[in-house]
Design a binder for this molecule. Structure first.
Ligand SMILES: NC(=O)c1ccc[n+]([C@@H]2O[C@H](COP(=O)([O-])OP(=O)(O)OC[C@H]3O[C@@H](n4cnc5c(N)ncnc54)[C@H](O)[C@@H]3O)[C@@H](O)[C@H]2O)c1
Length: 249
């Protein structure tokens, strides 16, 4: 059996109440982690925490808007009080407010950059102290292929995801000598509530360009996160793993 060295590791997932974040939380729990499930929607976080407890691991539901420094600080305070340390941080919370640039409102630029990018800065800053003190830790940021390739109608979203990739590379250099790895996963077109919003014709258009001929599942993404969170990836940092079925090359 392959030892992923995840047993009893303490993991915090933002936006863990549904979709990709939920699947990451469950996958890490199945690999032996105790998991803090954070979401702006407490009821969804509580429901995932209950699923994790049913798997026999510890879990804690945390309500936080991750674009707020005060709420992120409180979330980490509660997490560390319960689990004493943090081994794995997954910055997954994200939103879209799509429209062409000419119609994009300042409020929607600020909102998307706040939830998708500032959140990761705030959470990494909170996680840095305990991880650097422990000389160990894994940070995984959920970016997107549109942060690499761009996408019409997603200036705010693609800028936030490109920013996450820059943050990932910089923090990998700041933290590397202290044994903390920082990587990103860039999903392509994944079946969740976020993509359920798209029209049938848009879905068909995107899927047509996927080499594997199907949308990805949250589990496809969660498997890459589990790999990066595990000891199998101990010598990998500053990287972006694309999980898109061959959409972007
Ligand atoms: N679905 C895709 O095709 C796709 C592709 C590439 C990247 N991603 C990224 O994957 C991540 C998860 O996406 P998803 O498809 O599961 O989306 P989703 O909308 O299904 O889930 C997002 C979760 O984040 C939570 N959230 C939203 N705003 C928040 C805030 N301010 N504070 C805390 N939590 C908040 C929501 O309540 C929800 O539980 C996002 O970062 C998204 O950008 C998704």
């Amino acid at each position: 059996m392959i030892d992923l060295s995840c047993t009893s590791k303490k993991a915090l997932i933002t936006g863990g109440g549904r979709g990709i974040g939920r699947e990451i939380a469950l996958r890490l729990a199945a690999a032996g982690c105790d998991v803090g499930v954070s979401d702006i929607d407490l009821a969804s976080a509580e429901s995932v925490a209950a699923e994790i407890k049913a798997l026999g691991r510890e879990s804690l539901a945390l309500k936080a808007d991750v674009s707020s420094a005060a709420e992120v600080a409180a979330m980490f305070g509660t997490f560390i009080a319960a689990f004493q340390k943090i081994d794995i941080l997954v910055n997954n919370a994200g939103i879209t407010r799509d429209t062409l640039l000419m119609r994009m409102k300042e409020v929607d630029w600020d909102l998307v950059l706040g939830v998708n990018l500032k959140s990761a800065f705030l959470c990494c800053r909170e996680a840095a102290r305990p991880m650097l003190r422990a000389s160990a830790g894994k940070i995984i940021n959920i970016a997107s292929v549109v942060g690499i390739n761009g996408n019409p109608g997603q200036a705010n979203y693609s800028a936030s995801k490109a920013g996450l990739i820059g943050l990932t590379k910089t923090l990998s250099k700041e933290f590397g000598s202290r044994g903390v790895t920082v990587n990103a996963v860039a999903p392509g077109f994944i079946q969740t509530a976020m993509t359920d919003k798209l029209s049938e014709s848009d879905r068909a258009k995107y899927t047509q360009n996927v080499s594997l001929g199907r949308m990805g599942t949250p589990l496809d993404v969660a498997n890459a996160v589990l790999f990066l969170a595990s000891s199998l990836a101990d010598y990998i940092t500053g990287q972006v793993i694309v999980v898109d079925g061959g959409l972007v090359m």
